[in-house]
Design a protein around this ligand. Structure first.
Ligand code: PLP
Length: 401
């Protein structure tokens, strides 16, 4: 007998569990399109050259490894807020942003969730249906109630904009509305600028609180500014808002766990108070955040040569994903004789494609074709090479029919 007899086996994580199953498969044909991590055309992990350069400079300088403050590295916090809002943005000039370094996107969201639980008890978070699998876990663990708003319309394989607006209108006044800043995960479908403006109208009207998750800035379009335009539009409307950021994808710093939570407040005084309470939540959880990734980001953004090199590499990564997207579409259209319209593959943005394959069809992808993917029908195009597009198209067509 063990004291842990009452501890049941936890189910595998729906996203990270896919990688575990992939490792256990011995087939030469196997393809891992589960987790969202960028791979080269040879399907190898990629460390950005600019990151290697920044790291070698750091090593040469022989920097120490003493604790960071609870709120993280000051140079990183400044750089990350400026990257998000733009250097000249009034919210920055007026010192109205509380920025605290977090443990990448996930840890920053979790910190924000703890803050909501503490200062807005009973307030609800509205999340898109569907959304990134971990959002629900984060709010559940923080004991923040949530419900869904309509987002994806399977009929049009597009945005259910009317459904979204009416659900935001029906939500209790003062709800937190979780929005994907760009490259919505898993659908790859973003609102247009006009639609963003209307979403902002409804949020203002209902006194809701916008809460952005920005995990793909610069990685979706290739442009840091373009991918931040939704957040900047809301900030320009004078709203208080929150933004979680991640450098996992755009700088390839997945395992360094580097990101931030930014809270835009209506006054510098409110920002100072919010920052102090975010620190108070962080201290007993993990004390202070890791330094390495924070220094990499700060050094790259702070050096014009490195900054430009980063932008080039980001465009290269975004460009490779767009080119396999095109190739997959071409292969599907050429091979499929059913007349199905595959153009949704081209219209989606970011590293994923939401195929519309249901669970049984996704199981067929894995069991018969050795293609590993999440069971909601999402495939990561970042894990696809152009050489494998034809094979993947065969697998998708077979699984649909
Ligand atoms: N939010 C979204 C929408 C994501 O897709 C991801 C990663 O896949 C994250 C947040 C957080 O990732 P990380 O914790 O690695 O920064």
């Amino acid at each position: 007998a063990s004291r842990f007899d009452g501890v049941t086996m936890a189910p595998p994580d729906p996203i990270l569990g896919v990688s575990e199953a992939f490792k256990a498969d011995n087939s030469d044909l196997k393809l891992n399109l589960g987790v969202g991590a960028y791979r080269t055309e040879e399907l190898q992990p990629y460390v950005l050259k600019v990151v290697q350069k920044a790291e070698s400079q750091m090593l040469k300088r022989g920097e120490n490894k003493e604790y960071l403050p609870i709120e993280g590295l000051a140079a990183f916090n400044k750089a990350t807020a400026e990257l998000l809002f733009g250097t000249g943005n009034p919210v920055i000039q007026e010192k109205r942003v509380a920025t605290v370094q977090g443990l990448s996107g996930t840890g920053s969201l979790r910190l924000a969730a703890a803050f909501i639980e503490r200062y807005f008890p009973g307030a609800k978070v509205l999340i898109s249906a569907p959304t990134w699998g971990n959002h629900k876990n984060i709010f559940n663990d923080a004991r923040v109630p949530w419900s869904e708003y309509r987002y994806y319309d399977p009929k049009t394989v597009g945005l259910d904009f009317e459904g979204m607006i009416s659900d935001l209108k029906a939500a209790p006044e003062g709800s937190f509305i979780l929005l994907h800043g760009c490259a919505h995960n898993p659908t790859g479908i973003d609102p247009t600028p006009d639609q963003w403006a209307k979403i902002a109208d409804v949020i203002l009207e209902k006194n809701h609180f916008p809460f952005f998750d920005v995990a793909y800035q610069g990685f979706a379009s290739g442009s840091l500014d373009e991918d931040a335009s939704s957040v900047r539009l809301f900030a320009a409307r004078g709203m208080e808002l929150m933004v979680a950021q991640s450098y996992s994808k755009n700088l390839g710093l997945y395992a360094e766990r580097i990101g931030a939570i930014n809270v835009v407040c209506s006054s510098p005084d409110a920002a100072a108070r919010v920052r102090s309470q975010l620190k108070r939540i962080a201290r007993p959880m993990y004390s202070n955040p890791p330094m390495h990734g924070a220094k990499i980001v700060a050094n790259i953004v702070g050096d014009p040569t490195l900054f430009n090199q980063w932008k080039d590499e980001m465009q290269m990564m975004a460009g490779r994903i767009k080119s396999v997207r095109q190739k997959l579409y071409d292969s599907l259209s050429a091979k499929d004789k059913s007349g199905k319209d595959w153009s949704f593959v081209l219209h989606q943005i970011g590293m994923f494609s939401f195929t519309g394959l249901n669970k049984a069809q996704s199981d067929n992808m894995t069991d018969k074709w050795h293609v590993y993917m999440t069971k909601d029908g999402r495939i990561s195009l970042a894990g696809l090479s152009s050489a494998k597009c034809e094979y993947l198209a065969d697998a998708i067509i077979d699984s649909f029919h």
